[in-house]
Design a protein around this ligand. Structure first.
Ligand code: 5GP
Length: 121
């Protein structure tokens, strides 16, 4: 099991603006927000990437989306809409190797989310 900065947040060894916590998951504001509302929902269990999700984790990953939706409803942006995404590995833009659902809201979000670095000929 590899520890990341998120393990320290789960263990309250470093501070975070926590929005929700239960026995399975934690939600907290992203330190570098990319939208007016940007928080992360993470499992307390360390799962390194999406590729490491095992059969026994399926309900846990679904729970992360459920937590996101509860917070969206409680904060009043559920009906306006939001994006809930996970990045995977280098090409997906993952920098912290403990899976996390990014929840972005508070403005219309562009799609695709990034300019593709591939050159077309
Ligand atoms: P990734 O790039 O792995 O998809 O997303 C990692 C996210 O974690 C980034 O949006 C980054 O701003 C956020 N992040 C990294 N370190 C910290 C931290 O110490 N505290 C908080 N609240 N967010 C962090």
């Amino acid at each position: 099991m590899s520890d990341t900065i998120f393990t320290k947040i789960i263990n309250k060894e470093i501070p975070a603006e926590i929005l929700y916590e239960d026995e399975l998951a934690l939600a907290f504001n992203d330190i570098n927000p990319q939208a007016p509302i940007h928080f992360l929902v993470i499992p307390k269990k360390t799962i390194i990437t999406i590729n490491d999700i095992e059969s026994e984790d399926k309900a846990l990953v679904g729970h992360l989306y459920w937590v996101a939706a509860q917070i969206a409803r409680d904060k009043g942006f559920a009906d306006d809409g939001y994006r809930a995404v996970m990045n995977c590995n280098e090409n997906g833009g993952q920098t912290v190797y403990h899976i996390h659902l990014h929840v972005l809201a508070g403005k219309p979000l562009g799609w695709p989310p990034y300019q593709d670095r591939l050159k077309t000929v």
